[in-house]
Ligand binder design. Structure first.
Ligand SMILES: [Zn+2]
Length: 385
């Protein structure tokens, strides 16, 4: 996610407007979710709640499946994890409870990567690959011979700048074949796949597509890809990303079995918790709008598999995607812990977060990033209120 738009993030505004909520009824959002523990009011100290570790017995970590957050992940680059003497991600995961890595830029085919994969397997860390894949699913060079595979812009012109025309059946056949190729080349160890649309890319406005919103159009491709992936990995699951252009849920297309939601609140404000609904991030996105978006998405996608992709620790974003000008992560554990409660209230049990640029250079400049440990332990030790 390397959008220049977030350069504007430094200009966050936070105008408290207690009398004029951006979304009517936001106060009730999350309160009535079916996934909220039905007995929580009868069990104020949590003593009957199997999700809560017994404070009398601190000697043992609960088994992984007793943690509220089943996925406790990070997304970062090979450059970030490839200096274990300075910053050892695998050691942090082992000792503090992370269990999922998504690594981009890995030196595939080299022994050093094979060793990393083996270490992850040894310590029970899943490896997956969260990437913008549309230009691999529908190669741009097909535009020369098949412009109809590609999107029609608002002016009625076919363009190959991003994504495609999901109403074109022949293009979907290409996507099907390429999805299998990608699934084999980027095989995850947890059966979860991420073939995101182009970053900030436009949608198709052709006569057949124009009534479909960007999320509908993404989902058409994803429904094709999950069928392709299941042929090579019967337990495959594929992400539908709620992100920049797909913040609104799909309206006309339903997800096939195996599609899971990934909610990435890219325009929020990280100086304030999500529960501060009046806070505004960028592009007019208030926290209230994001919580409504999450609520609406969970009407379409199963909550059991829904995942959040956060940016609390995304130093690539905080540094304006300029590794030569690293800035310090404005980590606020109180915001983080509040956000975990908010997500848990909606029933979310899968969390991952960018930690891009939190690597050896970061340590040299700012010292050891204790926030990685606080993040890992915050997820591992989380107790739902
Ligand atoms: Zn179209």
């Amino acid at each position: 996610m390397t959008m220049a738009v977030l350069l504007a993030a430094v200009g966050f505004s936070c105008v408290k407007q207690p009398d004029t909520s951006a979304i009517d009824g936001w106060e009730k959002i999350g309160e009535g979710q079916a996934t909220v523990d039905p007995g929580e009011s009868e069990d104020p100290d949590g003593s009957k709640d199997p999700e809560k570790p017994n404070p009398e017995d601190p000697s043992t970590d609960p088994p992984q499946d007793e943690h509220w957050f089943l996925t406790r992940g990070v997304v970062c680059g090979w450059d970030d994890v490839n200096a274990p003497k300075t910053l050892d991600y695998i050691d942090i995961a082992r000792k503090h409870g992370l269990n999922t890595f998504s690594i981009y830029g890995a030196p595939r085919g080299q022994q050093v990567w094979a060793d990393f994969e083996n270490d992850c397997a040894r310590y029970g860390i899943a490896l997956e690959y969260e990437e913008h894949m549309m230009s691999f699913l529908l190669p741009r060079n097909l535009f020369n011979t098949h412009p109809e595979y590609f999107r029609m812009n608002e002016h009625g012109v076919r363009v190959e700048d991003a994504n495609g025309c999901p109403s074109n059946k022949d293009a979907l056949e290409v996507v099907y074949q390429k999805a299998q190729e990608l699934g084999r080349n980027y095989k995850s160890t947890n059966h979860k796949y991420y073939f995101w649309q182009d970053d900030g890319g436009g949608r198709c406005y052709c006569p057949e597509c124009k009534e479909l919103n960007a999320s509908d159009q993404a989902l058409i491709y994803e429904n094709v890809c999950i069928e392709a992936l299941k042929e090579i990995d019967p337990d495959a699951m594929l992400c539908h990303l709620c992100y920049a252009t797909t913040t609104d849920p799909p309206k006309k297309v339903k997800p096939k079995d195996g599609i899971f939601l990934e909610f990435a609140p890219f325009y929020r404000n990280w100086y304030y918790p999500l529960k501060d609904t009046w806070v505004e991030g960028v592009n007019g996105m208030t926290h209230a709008k994001y919580l409504k978006s999450l609520h609406d998405h969970l009407e379409v996608f199963p909550v059991e598999t829904a995942q959040v992709l956060e940016y609390w620790l995304d130093d690539s974003m905080w540094s304006g995607w300029n590794r030569s000008k690293l800035k310090e992560v404005p980590w606020d554990i109180n915001v983080f812990q509040s956000d975990l409660q908010t997500y848990a209230k909606y029933g979310i049990r899968h969390i991952t977060c960018y930690t891009a640029y939190v690597g050896p250079q970061y340590v040299m400049k700012f010292g050891y990033p204790d926030f990685l440990i606080e993040y890992a332990e915050g997820l591992r030790d989380f107790v739902k209120e």
